[in-house]
Design a protein around this ligand. Sequence first.
Ligand code: 5RP
Length: 293
Amino acid sequence: MPEADSSKKKKQYYEDIPMERHGFFLKGSSALDWGMKNRLSRIFNPESGRTVMLAIDHGYFQGPTTGLERIDLSVVPIMPYADALMMTRGILRTTVPPSLTKPIVMRCSGGPSILKELSNEELAVDIEDAIRMNVAAITLQVFIGGEYETRSVHNMTKLVDMGLRYGIPTMAVTAVGKDMVRDAKYFRLACRICAELGAQIVKTYYVPEDFGTVTASCPVPIVMAGGKKMAELDALTMAYNAVQQGAAGVDMGRNIFQSDAPKAMIQAISKLVHENLKPEEAYELYQELKKHE
Ligand code: 5RP
């Protein structure tokens, strides 16, 4: 028998105060379940509504690419500066200390290497393993217009269904084939298909013309992919333009880990994303922090 409530204190029901209805800060996410919203709130900062995700999953098709030869030595030290980390289960299990509590966005697709047709991917992680590793989101490539377009879209819908079963959001990455045009028209199509078919986050590339139409026509948060390494000020300018035009943050790899000063670069990006620093101000910060790296 539970103990009877013997307190003499007058009970307080605050009948005149309506219970707060918690809205949700992320676009298109209000109807999601609690676990899904909680995981999204670990990836996206509820104050700024944005994230700085560090992508280091390149090895899943590229092997030890430049900057990722020894993740333990070069990348683990900068992980504390990211809001979230995108990687494979292999790197997570072998190289990342479990004491690091940053939310993990786990790469769940794979198959072809850079030597083959990249769109020919399959799902490559069992949802139980993702749960076992306490991930905050699961992710894969979607190849709209690619040779294996339908397969990659079905990979995504299967992953979304598995994620929904356990309250884990899916981030779809719009992968563009080598010979395909990268413009707003293409990205509007690709991002919208991913959201319509259930992805809770879409990662896509920035385009200088009409990027705002890509974010506006996608009903879930978009994070900007980094792409090839460029000069630091150019990368900062691209990230600034993307968030000012509606991106809910960035998911960058090479422009951080191939930078001359990765720790300085990720901190400069973080200020720009969360505090709206102008690209020139963020670049000044980068140069200052670089002196101590
Ligand atoms: C593969 C990916 C990568 O994680 C990511 O896009 C690569 O990051 P970056 O282009 O910034 O180096 O999704 O397509």
